[in-house]
Design a protein around this ligand. Sequence first.
Ligand code: AKB
Length: 327
Amino acid sequence: MTASRTGRILVTGVTGQIGSELIFELRKRNGGENVVAAGHKRVPSETLQNSGPYETLDTTDKSAIEKIVNEYGIDSIYHLAGILSAAGEKNPQLAWHVNMDSLHNVLEVAREKNLQQVFWPSSIAVFGPETPRRNVPQETVLIPRTVYGVTKVAGELLCNYYHDRFGLDVRSLRYPGIISSETPPGGGTTDYAVEIFYEAIKKKRYKCFVRRDTVLPMLYMPDCISATIKLMEADPSKIEIWTSYNLGGLSFSAEELADEIKKLIPDFVCSYQPDFRQKIADSWPMSLDDGAARKDWGWKPDYDLSSMTMDMVKKLTRRFEGEAAES
Ligand code: AKB
């Protein structure tokens, strides 16, 4: 962090895809006891519980957030809890309640208690069919068609408002689909780009729920973690965007991903059977211009499609072999 740290960090949504990995990086950098993990429904892993404090937290309950902030002397919050795009379409009312009320609670607690920093993830879901499909500029049309996207646009504006009106240091990234090997995502439209690896290694077959020519922006988890930390560690004078930064990285079709996996698992067969998530994918752009992030705080991804695929296959194969040996 830029200013010297006096208190602890709270991370919400730690049993989710990104939280379950970000928490360990933050604990490594700040000491396990200084980073409080908070999850809601899923059971936390033993490694997570043994590496520092863990609390069950419903972020729609403001007093529950306040209690943890007071108890642990929290000075920064990484607020990752939320409902993703596909799950949101199944229950839009719940998605609005969870995503908006939780963010508002976090921002209010941060304002009232004068916290040092807040991180909140936005998403490529802020874009819609009217947005240019390729190389989306930082400032562009935001008319999403999912309730998740609507909460992300509203959330970006709310974060910007809290910065402008109350001077709160709240930073954000528009995450693309995140590919990772530790915790599978749940309820997202880009989930196929993770599921495909699990199924290719375990069963050599995968039925993909988007068309083969569907191209979306993606990012490998190590790059996602380093972008998040880099943004949060940047000197405030470098931050020019207080809504949310475009974050690019990879951009490939479902078929290009399947072909890349086939180079390592030659008998892998991918078939395509689009469902309701195709419409969501079609409303999102194929690639983003993340020049502002590169210029303002030095963002640069390390992984391309080939190195990401190799690393994913290696890590998951090792894990599944280990699990098979144990059983
Ligand atoms: C989703 O697919 O909903 C998420 C996202 C792109 O925000 N992975």
